[in-house]
Design a protein around this ligand. Structure first.
Ligand SMILES: [Zn+2]
Length: 212
């Protein structure tokens, strides 16, 4: 999963995030793990669906697979898509969420695994503020427009008195940045296509592409 050039993972059996430090938990266990989280307001978590969780110093990475191992099948249609969440340890609130991953996509497991790995790397290596006086670990800023970046708000310590920011991919090896940029490009062109269709037909079309 570390190597984005590896053969495509096509099934749950080969999707082994435990190798890279995640633990698997059921939906019921997740509810006990982070009972105060607003994650459960965002999605309906089924008790028997499987999640992968990694706990870093300040955040947890939570991978929603939408898969139910005991049934060897996905959760019912309409109950949500695969997604990766970053939840703050101190208040259990969602700090960041990736795009949606759709089960029918050929590269579903592969893409979910790579995004999980990348997100884990990010929260394991929270960048420090570029201001040498401050040297504080930065926080995630995630906007409703899906814009995401690192920020330090210790403006009292910054010479110019302003917040500092760093790119969300700060510290990531080039092959991961390439992988992310390719996905972002695909995603953007797909969303543009959807938006154009909407303008033309005035209705939301059923998603036909695997790109969310
Ligand atoms: Zn700072």
């Amino acid at each position: 999963m570390e190597d984005t050039q590896k053969p495509v993972i096509t099934n749950y059996a080969d999707f082994d995030l435990k190798k890279i430090g995640f633990k698997s938990v059921t939906g019921a266990e997740l509810k006990n793990l982070i009972p105060k989280s607003n994650l459960f307001e965002l999605i309906e978590v089924l008790d028997n669906e499987i999640f992968f969780v990694h706990r870093a110093k300040r955040h947890r990475v939570i991978v929603r697979t939408t898969f139910i191992p005991e049934l060897n099948d996905f959760i019912p249609k309409g109950k949500g898509a695969g997604k990766i969440y970053v939840v703050k340890n101190w208040d259990q609130q969602v700090a960041y969420a990736t795009k949606r991953f759709y089960r029918r996509a050929r590269r579903f497991w592969n893409d979910l695994g790579n995004y999980a790995h990348i997100t884990k790397r990010k929260v394991d290596n929270v960048p420090k503020c570029p201001c040498t006086l401050c040297n504080t670990r930065m926080s995630i800023v995630f906007k409703s427009t899906n814009q995401v970046y690192w920020e330090c708000r210790r403006s009292d310590l910054h010479p110019d008195g302003r917040y500092t920011t760093k790119h969300w991919d700060t510290g990531m090896p080039p092959k991961f940045v390439d992988f992310l940029n390719k996905n972002r490009k695909r995603n953007r062109s797909y969303l543009k296509k959807l938006s154009n269709l909407f303008k033309k037909d005035g209705k939301v079309i059923v998603r036909k592409s695997r790109i969310s």
